[in-house]
Design a protein around this ligand. Structure first.
Ligand SMILES: NC(=O)c1ccc[n+]([C@@H]2O[C@H](COP(=O)([O-])OP(=O)(O)OC[C@H]3O[C@@H](n4cnc5c(N)ncnc54)[C@H](O)[C@@H]3O)[C@@H](O)[C@H]2O)c1
Length: 373
């Protein structure tokens, strides 16, 4: 569509061939309310699913018309009709399952976080490369309407030079939907703001350093941090900030983005976070420096859940048929993990962390290896 003199679209781009056989490992919440509705709408071919809880797998297959419930991971990986394995288990189980899928010659869509240790993530990326299979990470916020259209506007020069760019979220999050996340001592950045960090890297490129401050809410029952303030530092005058609070009990909740450049400003809201996981369509407005007081409002149509969830899978299929790399390739995702791990190290050490400090050796978000530079 034409928007303020620029060409934009919030449709999810699909490659010419989309009939790859897909096998799903892990049939929990996100697969049922996001992956499968998105894949059904896009016409993707899910052939089998597996969960360590057989009843969960059976129920998922029934609800979404999946023809086969695999008896084991080996059963699913042994099916030659399955070209792509979509993993959506709890994160600490993902690296070992990914290694088995890679050994079976399958292409992979992994969940975020790719791994909760940086060296595990590096190993997964290296294994996929050696085996000649594609590995994508499900950082689907890049296909969320507001982010996708912002990216197109920025690429066409609508901001001029980006200078002050931020995501600000103050909501009440139902962490009880994920008891294992509520029990994690690394919570907000590892499972939530990782999306904002990835989307902001996608829009503005690689920062050179990260500062982050983490805190809790009085009397919260979640173990880890639920309020974070993170700054991405760039060699230029660009400053990017992410400010998040998951304990806003009031009716003044918000989830907004604001990207201000020398020639324009984009502002909008992340609709999903106004009523998770149903959500609403994002809003996006643009004003040009040359047209003060005039706001152009985009007519967005797609939702983060489920529509954006077709994006990483479509991009993986595109990479398979073109021999290229998925937009959210494992190699690219190491950049997002570096900012995530730098944020944890910064909060623990109380200083700004150059990304060059985040190295392979046994990095964990807050473990023994993070404070030692
Ligand atoms: N927007 C997003 O991108 C988004 C949103 C929510 C969750 N997630 C990610 O998706 C993953 C799953 O989250 P969820 O909300 O569906 O969790 P969930 O707890 O609802 O489901 C996890 C499922 O995986 C199964 N499982 C766990 N370990 C397994 C194993 N070793 N083998 C087979 N099955 C196994 C469990 O039985 C369960 O059914 C997590 O990595 C989470 O971070 C991403």
């Amino acid at each position: 569509m034409d928007f303020a003199g620029y060409t934009v679209s919030d449709a999810i781009p699909l490659p010419p061939k989309t009939d790859y056989g897909i096998g799903i490992i892990g049939c929990g919440g996100i697969v049922n309310y996001a992956h499968l509705p998105a894949y059904n709408a896009a016409g993707f071919r899910v052939l089998a699913c597996y969960d360590r809880d057989p009843e969960t797998a059976e129920r998922t297959a029934r609800q979404h018309g999946i023809p086969h419930v695999a008896a084991s991971i080996d059963d699913l990986l042994g099916d030659p009709a399955i070209a792509i394995v979509d993993i959506a288990v709890t994160p600490w189980d993902q690296p070992a399952i990914a290694a088995r899928a890679i050994a079976a010659g399958k292409h992979l869509l992994c969940q975020k976080p790719l791994a909760d240790r940086y060296d595990d993530a590096m190993r997964m990326v290296a294994l996929a490369k050696q085996a000649g299979v594609k590995l994508a990470v499900n950082q689907q916020m890049r296909w969320d309407a507001g982010i996708q259209v912002s990216r197109q506007l920025i690429a066409q020069g609508a901001l001029g030079v980006p200078a002050d760019c931020r995501i600000e979220v103050s909501i009440r999050t139902p962490w009880q939907m994920w008891p294992w996340i509520a029990a994690s001592d690394h919570l907000e950045i590892m499972y939530h703001s990782i999306h904002y960090q990835d989307a902001l890297r996608f829009l503005f490129g690689e920062p050179e350093a990260v500062t982050s401050m983490h805190s809790r809410w009085p009397d919260q029952i979640e173990v880890g941090e639920t309020r974070t303030l993170t700054v991405f530092h760039f060699p230029s005058d660009l400053r990017v900030t992410i400010d998040v609070n998951h304990h806003n009990w009031s009716d003044d909740a918000y989830a907004r983005f604001r990207f201000l450049g020398t020639e324009g400003i984009i502002t909008g809201t992340l609709g999903l976070l106004y009523d998770y996981p149903t959500g609403r369509v994002d809003t996006l407005a643009y004003q040009s420096h040359s047209e003060p007081l005039t706001w152009h409002e985009a007519a967005l149509t797609t939702h983060w859940i489920p529509d954006a969830f077709a994006g990483p899978m479509a991009s993986l299929m595109d990479a398979i048929q073109t021999g290229g790399e998925p937009v959210t390739s494992g190699a690219d995702n190491l950049g997002t993990l570096r900012t995530v791990f730098a944020a944890y190290r910064s909060a623990a050490a109380g200083r700004t962390i150059p990304l060059s400090e985040i190295v392979a050796k046994g990095d964990t978000p807050g473990g023994d290896h993070l404070g030692d530079g």
